[in-house]
Design a protein around this ligand. Structure first.
Ligand code: 5GP
Length: 131
């Protein structure tokens, strides 16, 4: 199992933001801004465009619900949706609440937050998601 499959299965801890039977959302451990969330399929698939059309449809619908929860928890101009990166071989959508395009600059220094703050951020998004 790859690291994100282990996270979705609860074998590796994460800060859960949302879930259903097919998808899982959790905080990026190296966030660009507070509320930076990763959305993954539980199924092990590396490349998003290898997913079937109907699965991508459900993935996007789930990501949309998570984005709505993020925007409610962390008011912003828009939530950016970004798919990039070669680091982890498991499809993942980055959802990033942005006040300006500078918030989505992956080259900039990442935030370092205490555990309690990660937990508080995730709890806030989760509460908005299940509402
Ligand atoms: P990418 O493939 O998009 O370049 O990198 C994967 C993303 O996942 C990065 O933003 C990285 O910070 C995040 N990431 C990598 N490993 C972990 C992990 O074990 N836990 C969490 N929460 N995020 C991770």
């Amino acid at each position: 199992m790859d690291i994100f499959s282990k996270i979705a299965a609860g074998e590796i801890p994460s800060y859960k933001c949302a879930e259903n039977e097919e998808f899982y959302a959790f905080l990026d451990i190296n966030p660009l801004v507070k509320g930076h969330t990763l959305v993954i399929p539980r199924r092990e698939v590396d490349y998003i465009f290898d997913m079937e059309d109907d699965e991508i449809g459900r993935y996007q619908q789930f990501a949309k619900k998570v984005a709505k929860a993020i925007k409610e928890a962390f008011p912003c101009v828009k939530v950016a949706e970004v798919v990039l990166g070669l680091e982890v071989p498991h499809a993942h959508i980055h959802l990033i609440p942005m006040q300006s395009e500078a918030d989505v600059d992956f080259k900039r220094e990442k935030l370092s937050l205490p555990k309690e703050e990660f937990q508080a951020i995730a709890d806030k998004i989760y509460a908005a998601f299940v509402k």
